[in-house]
Design a protein around this ligand. Structure first.
Ligand code: ADP
Ligand code: UVW
Ligand code: MG
Length: 403
């Protein structure tokens, strides 16, 4: 039997997104999401996309990522799409931190697992979940190729001038302290899709991609290659995020330790989990923040303004890095859905050739689209990301052929 199916697992710190695809035509057979893993109120939403079955949802505690994956396997089996299927060619995993070593998608063996594990200190929220996903999938199908697709891979083209921090070189090299960047699968996919939307080859366009999800990052992509990105050694640097601070003076950490008496672990938790939008106003969901702003809530408005101020600074910075910009692309949960964020981020940048058309910006759609007025020199686009399709494509190209 021909095997052309790929299961993609995108394990986050408290969630697993998954898709089963048939790579003979890149169609999706099923998709779903497990949220709030480890809490009493975990939720699994499963959507069969073949055979006409209805969406299913179940709530109740799912203790950890292993239990989550087993629940996902059960849902797929209930649709006749179980992991035991001979049609399954490979399993593709999003792995957040691949360090400098992994520049391409990689078939996972013990050495690859060991390297992903070694990188846990620089991706403490993500790599452990990715590892559990891989190990559970291996246990369920030890015979199948498992492929790691790294968030960091797309950024390995960054020049040293962008990738190095201005700190003592030997200390940096000894501890592999440099800027790696993340969300690379999304930045790669969206920059290519943006070129397509403009009717041009990726080599011919310069794009600023704004991936605004719960985690958020910007990248400057010249002719299809990443030349700068806002996340660094870890996914903490750069933009204001749902729960992460993004950029700050590193001396804030010394101050909180020496004067505030906080431990390193407490500061780590503060900056990664209790900062960003949630730290500023108590909410990290942009829908809720907009609702509160509409009701006149001043702390929600200040959080929004700080978020936009940082975003605008990165648009300006990457405009300067690229010299010429053909398009700015908004993507991920906030970028795809929050029209007020797009409008505010570009407001006042007409001198840079940037503008947003209010009518176009208000349109809701799952399709890539332009939201800039006809006359704008730099196009502004909304381009839904599809990390799972990109991971499936890379996984199948590497491991699908000879199964
Ligand atoms: N309709 C919407 N309007 C505004 N923001 C939205 C909307 N839908 C989702 N979001 C935002 O998107 C975020 C999730 O984005 P997503 O890309 O799925 O993040 P992640 O992959 O990091 O979990 C939510 O926290 C919320 O802030
Ligand atoms: C790297 C990162 O921040 O990922 P996410 O947005 O999924 O948390
Ligand atoms: Mg995401």
């Amino acid at each position: 039997m021909s095997s052309s199916r790929v299961l993609v697992l995108n394990s986050g710190s408290s969630s697993v997104k998954y898709q089963l695809l048939d790579m003979s035509d890149s169609s999706r057979l099923a998709m779903g999401l497990v949220e709030r893993i480890g809490e009493e109120t975990s939720r699994l939403k499963h959507t069969p996309l073949t055979g006409g079955g209805a969406e299913r949802e179940r709530t109740g505690p799912i203790a950890d990522h292993e239990a989550a994956l087993k629940a996902v396997a059960d849902e797929l089996a209930a649709d006749g799409l179980g992991l035991d299927s001979p049609e399954l060619a490979a399993i593709g995993h999003r792995v957040v931190h691949g360090g400098k070593h992994f520049t391409e998608p990689t078939v996972i063996d013990d050495a690859v697992l060991a390297e992903i594990e070694r990188l846990i200190p620089v991706a403490p929220l993500h790599n452990p979940a990715n590892l559990t996903g891989i190990r559970t999938a291996q246990a369920l199908r030890p015979d199948l190729p498992q492929v790691a697709v790294f968030d960091t891979a797309f950024h390995t083209t960054m020049p040293e001038a962008a990738a190095r921090y201005a700190i003592d070189v030997s200390t940096a090299d000894e501890h592999r302290v440099r800027r790696y960047g993340f969300h690379g699968t999304s930045h790669a996919y969206v920059s290519r899709a943006t070129a397509k939307l403009l009717g041009k080859a990726p080599e011919d366009v310069n794009v600023i991609v704004l991936h605004l999800g719960n985690g958020a990052s910007a990248s400057a992509v010249r002719g299809g290659r990443c030349v700068d990105t806002s996340m660094g050694l870890t996914p903490l640097e750069g933009l204001v995020m749902g729960t992460r601070s993004g950029d700050l003076d590193p001396a804030v950490i010394f101050h909180l330790a020496r004067v505030g008496g906080l431990s390193i672990d407490e500061i780590d938790t503060l900056l990664n989990k209790k900062s960003g939008l949630v730290g500023l106003c108590g909410d990290n969901d942009m829908r809720e923040i907009r609702r509160r702003i509409d009701e006149g809530d001043s702390s929600a408005l200040l959080a929004f303004d700080i978020y936009i101020h940082r975003l605008k600074k990165y648009i300006g910075a990457y405009y300067a890095v690229l010299g010429r910009v053909d398009a700015i692309a908004f993507t991920a949960g906030v970028g795809e859905n929050a029209a007020p964020v797009r409008e505010a981020a570009v407001a006042g940048l007409e001198e840079l050739g940037l503008a947003v058309d209010g009518g176009l910006n208000a349109v809701r759609s799952d399709e890539p689209r332009l939201i800039s007025p006809e006359y704008a020199r730099v196009k502004v686009a909304v381009v839904p990301t599809d990390e799972e399709l990109e991971i499936a494509t890379q996984t199948y190209a590497l491991a699908g052929k000879n199964s």
